[in-house]
Design a protein around this ligand. Structure first.
Ligand SMILES: [Zn+2]
Length: 384
């Protein structure tokens, strides 16, 4: 038992370190794990859902039998809801939170410590038009995986890709349009590999896509009018937050704003907070008219891809306003702050990726699958 606490304490410490940097993870993003021998059995202590890396404690880790997770990877198909059930059955302490949906993937990586983040620099490069080539050149000894829905499908793909695989020569994993994994038997080394890899990506961006942001002042804007309209559309009083930082104004002044600012999310789970597209207000367009058009388009998007899902609220979660910046809409202060943070990181990434030849996120279909993922909907309900 002494050993267990030490391993878990160190795991908590480096998880908090990763969580402290918002260039690595934002609001519940990313996950970490440590494999510990308990009563002659390998147990994966993996981040529990509902916990943030920055503040996670020992009780935020969910203890799951490694062998049970490895057996799940061998199944041909498993719905994500069934996966959550099986993972709960495989927990040695049922009072712990549900394990991260990436638990199977953590189990497949044959190292004691596994770190996963959505580092800005990595997803910025990956979400650029030549991202695949750049990532390959920057990380020649990494396992590089094309975008696939997180959860069982991703775990299954890694299982297939690593059947006859020399893990000793693998320095990490890059999931395109999603994030990065590092691992080691030593927590400090795994953490250091994460920092070194992300630094390498940051240096690449500094060299190839540094931004010059002029100092700009926002135009006048009637935020109260917009707030009233959005509240009416949402069916509840929204909290609004306006962001008029120089980079936000600069972003809002780009040409063809309607196509420029609607190119998708930086990492898939952001879509739950932000939706795929913002409301665009430019050329003194009538707000009400623009909002109606937005909601009609959202209905079309839903009709195109839905099978038996229930439509979410059709009103936007943020707006980009030409010459002003962007405005976020939330149920409460906490939610609006999260959206503001996510979009602040996203616009910087988009401007940088454009310098690399163009920003390109996951497809609209993949976005839909993520936005309407049953597990993500559950997660949102839990944090209400
Ligand atoms: Zn992730």
């Amino acid at each position: 038992m002494k050993n267990l606490w030490k391993d878990l304490d160190i795991r908590v410490y480096t998880s908090n370190l990763l969580g402290r940097s918002d260039e690595l993870v934002l609001h519940g993003g990313g996950n970490t794990s440590v494999k510990i021998r308990v009563d002659n059995e390998d147990i994966l202590y993996v981040k529990g859902s509902g916990w943030d890396l920055v503040s996670i404690k020992a009780e935020g880790f969910s203890p799951v039998r490694v062998q049970s997770l490895l057996d799940m990877a061998k199944l041909d198909y498993l719905s994500d809801s069934d996966m959550v059930k099986l993972q709960r059955d495989a927990m040695i302490d049922k009072s712990a939170p549900n394990p991260s949906v990436e638990a199977i993937l953590h189990a497949l990586i044959p190292y004691k410590v596994v770190d996963h983040t959505h580092a800005d620099a990595i997803v910025t490069i990956s979400n650029s038009i030549n991202g695949k080539n750049h990532i390959k050149e920057l990380f020649p000894n990494f396992l590089i995986v094309d975008y696939i829905m997180p959860g069982f499908l991703l775990a299954k793909k890694i299982y297939e890709m690593t059947k006859d695989f020399d893990w000793d020569r693998c320095e990490g994993i890059i999931l395109h349009n999603h994030g990065i994994f590092t691992f080691d038997d030593d927590a400090k080394k795994s953490y250091s590999k994460m920092i070194e890899s992300v630094t390498q990506a940051e240096e690449f961006l500094d060299k190839n896509s540094s931004l010059y942001i002029p100092s700009l002042s926002p135009k006048d804007f009637d935020i109260d009018k917009l707030s009233t309209l959005i509240s009416k559309a949402k069916g509840y009083e929204v909290v609004t937050k306006i962001n008029t930082s120089p980079i936000s104004i600069f972003y809002s002044l780009q040409e063809n704003l309607k196509s420029f600012a609607t190119r998708g999310v930086l990492t898939p789970e952001h879509i739950i907070r932000t939706k795929r597209e913002p409301l665009i207000l430019e050329n003194n367009r009538d707000m009400e008219e623009a909002l109606i058009e937005y909601m009609d388009n959202y209905q079309d998007y839903f009709d195109k891809f839905s099978t038996d899902e229930i439509i979410l609220n059709k009103a936007p979660n943020y707006a980009v306003i030409s010459g002003v910046g962007f405005v976020s809409f939330g149920k409460n202060q906490k939610e609006v702050d999260i959206i503001d943070d996510i979009i602040s990181h996203t616009i910087k990434a988009i401007l940088k990726a454009d310098k690399l030849g163009g920003y390109e996120s996951i497809s609209i279909k993949d976005s839909f699958d993520m936005e309407y993922w049953e597990l993500e909907q559950n997660k949102l309900k839990a944090t209400k």
